[in-house]
Write a protein that binds this ligand. Sequence first.
Ligand SMILES: [Mg+2]
Ligand SMILES: [Zn+2]
Length: 165
Amino acid sequence: MKKAVLLDRDGVINREIDAYIFRRREFEILPDVPAALTLLKKNGFMLIIISNQGGIGKGLYKIPDVEKLHKYLISYLKDSGITIREIYYCVHHPENGNCICRKPDSLMVEKAIARFNINAEESWFIGDKERDILAGEKAGVKGILMTQNTSLLNAVKKIPGLKLK
Ligand SMILES: [Mg+2]
Ligand SMILES: [Zn+2]
């Protein structure tokens, strides 16, 4: 079994702007993200992003818009030698009915755990909202709540026993 760090996207990886982010120019990767993810990689954590993209369900943007941003993110991180194993996102919005994937529900976390044979007990969910933490906890993954648009590196360093070099 593997250990993983599950990451929220907006406000953790890229700057939250309090509007739906679907354009490349609005997708600003936060400065210490490569350093934070490199540290996790060195400590043997698989990296997975888990994001609510309710703007799709609201008809504000489409799946290809999200995929384009994720392609950019993956290639940006690849330049730093970082692999994101998977990006899960919920396309639904409660305005158009409920689903069981949108955080704080845990279906996306459970999918990741099953597919990649993740040991939930050794894994962490880092997010900037309570719903991120709840989604992880429902699947047995402990949470680290960070302040939106701040240092992912500082959040990562809260993982006990992490080797810093
Ligand atoms: Mg967020
Ligand atoms: Zn959903």
